[in-house]
Design a protein around this ligand. Structure first.
Ligand code: GTP
Ligand code: MG
Length: 391
């Protein structure tokens, strides 16, 4: 094993020297700081060993990150030693200078470790041609699932090789293919219009503040004005104070017909009396179902003699895992589609693709702002892809 001690005026430079000479696979054996002879300054010493097991820079290296983990474990141990030193020094005012120095060293090391971690995360795309790696970096930033990215990688790998050294040209070439691949996989829900002479009831469900009421009003208005449907807007929110009032006033402002119901079967009575509705859009109370029983009255919609569909509203400002749990909880109802709200407040859109594919649920609408009824978009493959690729 090739072992060597590197010296520098900062720990960062010493580690850089190790990296330059022994590569990122080097194993750190020891670190210390010592006084410079004949001066007040200090030098930092790092003893490192070259990792002879490490493979040459390239494809196989990108698969094996165990060497990195070893280094990171050692770094973490080193942090602990420094933290212990800081603790013992903190009560001794006379040694404050030492404390500051140690603190700065610790900060520097943390930065290096985080940089290294970020680099190792990107190791999947290491060794790819620059055009392709640019695509994957973008998709990663957009929150696209790792599993989906490897499927895309498999697809792009079998394409005829594009001979070009121009990164931008390669990027454009692979982007076109990636967009095609994605477009084929995105599922968009059919329009909600009922078949001629029939009726359809669409119930919006979701967690607290996910945008059910806003989306219900926007969608009802969309079908009334753009599709000339006879739309009835219904409130089935008996939980939140003034929830019904909120929708009643919104309906009035939008010139929409409005009713409120206490139980799902009340809706059947209303529709039996008033025959002149084609499309009924129902706003419901917030739920956070962990099990089927938590869905309460919503399940009763399935027992009434009407063609009822359930659509789940999700706020894009939530974490993907949270949205995933919501889909799981509401899936006992038999969901027809997903409605993604707050796209205007989100920075990544890969979650739309991930969740729709994972649960095999089509997307019906996007909420793109607070304004009712304007800030609504009917979901389309093009819009999803445009957002993910920033086209
Ligand atoms: N920026 C933005 N805000 C939205 C969007 N959709 C809804 N909101 C806002 O989010 C908040 C909650 O929206 P609601 O429609 O009341 O949500 P809800 O799911 O009905 O809420 P609860 O009935 O209390 O569970 C309101 O302030 C809306 O204006 C959207 O697409 N973009
Ligand atoms: Mg509401």
């Amino acid at each position: 094993m090739d072992v060597k001690t590197f010296e520098a005026f900062s720990m960062r430079d010493a580690l850089k020297a190790v990296k330059t000479q022994f590569g990122t696979d080097a194993v750190i054996l020891n670190t210390r700081e010592k006084k410079m002879e004949g001066s007040k300054g200090k030098v930092y010493e790092v003893t490192a060993a070259k990792n002879s097991q490490a493979s040459v820079k390239g494809a196989s290296r990108s698969q094996d990150t165990s060497h990195l983990k070893d280094n990171l474990v050692e770094m973490v141990e080193y942090f602990k030693t420094i933290e212990r030193s800081i603790k013992s020094l903190s009560e001794d005012m006379a040694r404050r200078q030492d404390l500051f120095r140690l603190d700065a060293g610790l900060h520097e090391l943390r930065t290096i470790v985080y940089e290294e971690m970020a680099r190792s995360k990107g190791s999947l795309i290491e060794g790819m041609n620059p055009g392709l790696s640019k695509i994957f970096q973008r998709l990663k930033m957009m929150g696209l699932d790792e599993a989906e990215m490897s499927k895309l990688g498999e697809f792009l790998k079998v394409l005829p090789f594009e001979k070009s050294s121009d990164t931008e040209q390669l990027f454009q070439h692979y982007q076109t293919q990636a967009v095609r691949w994605m477009m084929k996989r995105i599922k968009v829900a059919p329009p909600w219009n009922p078949v001629m002479g029939e009726r359809a009831v669409h119930v919006l469900v979701g967690s607290s503040g996910s945008g059910k009421t806003s989306a219900a009003a926007k969608i009802a208005h969309h079908y009334k004005t753009d599709h000339k449907q006879r739309v009835l807007l219904v409130s089935f929110d008996n939980k939140r104070i003034a929830a019904r009032e909120q929708l009643r006033v919104t309906a009035k402002v939008l010139g929409m017909a409005y009713e409120s119901v206490e139980r799902p079967r009340d809706l059947l009575e209303i529709l039996n009396k008033k025959k002149d509705w084609d499309l009924v859009v129902v706003d419901s109370a917030a739920e956070c179902p962990r099990a089927k029983d938590d869905l309460g009255d919503l399940l009763d919609f399935r027992d009434i003699d009407l063609p009822v569909s359930f659509h789940l509203t999700l706020a894009m400002t939530e974490k993907e895992v949270q949205m995933d749990r919501m889909i799981r909880g509401f899936s006992h109802l038999g969901l027809q589609s997903l409605i993604f709200n707050r796209l205007d407040e989100s920075w990544s859109y890969g979650e739309i693709f991930n969740l729709s594919l994972r649960w095999s649920l089509p997307i019906s609408f996007f909420g793109v702002g607070r304004s009712v009824p304007e800030d609504l978009e009917r979901a389309s493959r093009e819009r999803v892809v445009e957002r993910i690729f920033g086209l």
